[in-house]
Write a protein that binds this ligand. Structure first.
Ligand code: ZN
Ligand code: ZN
Length: 352
């Protein structure tokens, strides 16, 4: 059909018009279902994988998303939008397709999208991870024929320690700063990463953490969803007397190097990101500490997941997919990269 023989006799299928889901100018379009997954241009019906800004844009008339992501989507896209929450695993019909959301383990409410047409099953992973995370629903393997996987950290150098191990490093750093009488300012994405850290830290203490204005309201949504976290207090920038020595403060990466930081003289700074796995990134950005913590799958996690889905065909998103596609083809699998506009790590208030 659309296959061709490559050097080394490995067979692969380029993305084509016949595909159930196609990457277009508008987003990941499913014509048989009359919807777009994570659209980036105006459309009628959107299926949203999760509330990060590169996946959830205010461009549709009707939105479907996992039930637990609805409060986050309303906060980010607008309270009055037509956002319809669907419980995980519940199948509903759109056009000639049957659709369902399944946990992606990335942030609260994050979903993989399963689309079935006749007997053909496609799964769009959204962003996902396999590691334990007490702040969101665990990833579920969804068998399929074609798996569209993210490939943010698709290089063998990216391997994660368990979140509890990284949280112990953060707790130790906070304690060290208490002894030195300095504030510890931790930069972490305001949706997902910050709440994961607050949740993991409950194993070490019950002290309150001060939260940047971008982090605090999202954390309250997590708390309302029943996620157990350290108490979070908003920072009162007008209270010039308040001394934050010995406190932990969580802020989005965009606040790093801004005037906001003047409130915390002598602060030690840390950054929580999968990119911290590469030493030069920390040095270049001038953080005192780098904590390797990602809400995306690491290299072994990507390979394990691809295998577990049993998919015959693999399509990759997020741009960083050359090594992954090459490896899968070497293993005789049908793999190709999809052109999408998802960023490598997100949440709109940070450029990494
Ligand atoms: Zn994401
Ligand atoms: Zn993404």
């Amino acid at each position: 059909m659309h296959s061709r023989i490559q050097a080394g006799a490995c067979l692969h299928t380029e993305p084509s018009e016949d595909d159930l889901i196609q990457a277009t100018e508008t987003g990941l379009v499913c014509r048989r279902g009359n919807f777009v997954i994570d659209p980036w241009k105006e459309t009628h019906t959107a299926l949203i994988s999760h509330a990060h800004a590169d996946h959830a844009r205010p461009v549709a008339q009707v939105y479907y998303a996992s039930e637990s992501s609805v409060p986050l989507l309303k906060r980010r896209l607008g309270e009055n939008l037509d956002i319809r929450g669907v419980p995980y695993s519940r199948t509903f019909e759109l056009g000639q397709t049957r659709v369902s959301f399944h946990p992606a383990g990335h942030v609260l409410g994050s979903a993989q999208v399963r689309v079935q047409s006749d007997s053909e099953v496609w799964v769009f992973s959204g962003d996902y991870k396999r590691d334990h995370d007490p702040s969101c629903e665990p990833f579920e393997v969804v068998p399929c024929d074609t798996f569209i996987t993210e490939a943010t950290f698709a290089l063998p150098v990216y391997r994660w320690q368990p979140g509890a191990v990284v949280a112990a490093e953060i707790a130790q750093w906070w304690q060290d700063m208490q002894s030195e009488g300095r504030p510890a300012v931790l930069f972490a994405y305001s949706l997902g990463k910050a709440q994961r850290v607050l949740s993991e830290l409950t194993a070490f203490c019950d002290k309150p953490v001060y939260l940047h204005g971008a982090v605090h309201p999202l954390t309250e949504i997590y708390r309302a969803a029943g996620i157990r976290m350290l108490p979070g207090l908003p920072i009162d920038l007008d209270d010039k007397q308040r001394d934050y020595s010995g406190e932990l403060i969580i802020a989005p990466p965009g606040a790093s190097g801004s005037t906001w930081m003047r409130r915390f003289p002598r602060a030690s700074t840390g950054f929580c990101s999968g990119w911290m796995r590469v030493r030069g990134n920390r040095r270049r950005r001038g953080y005192d500490r780098g904590f390797v913590l990602s809400d995306h799958a690491d290299w072994p996690g990507l390979l394990q997941t691809i295998e577990q889905t049993g998919a015959r065909r693999i399509l990759t998103t997020h741009g960083n997919s050359t090594a992954l596609v090459r490896l899968l083809r070497e293993r005789g699998m049908d793999a190709a990269a999809l052109e999408t506009r998802f960023s490598e790590e997100e949440d709109g208030d940070a450029s990494v």
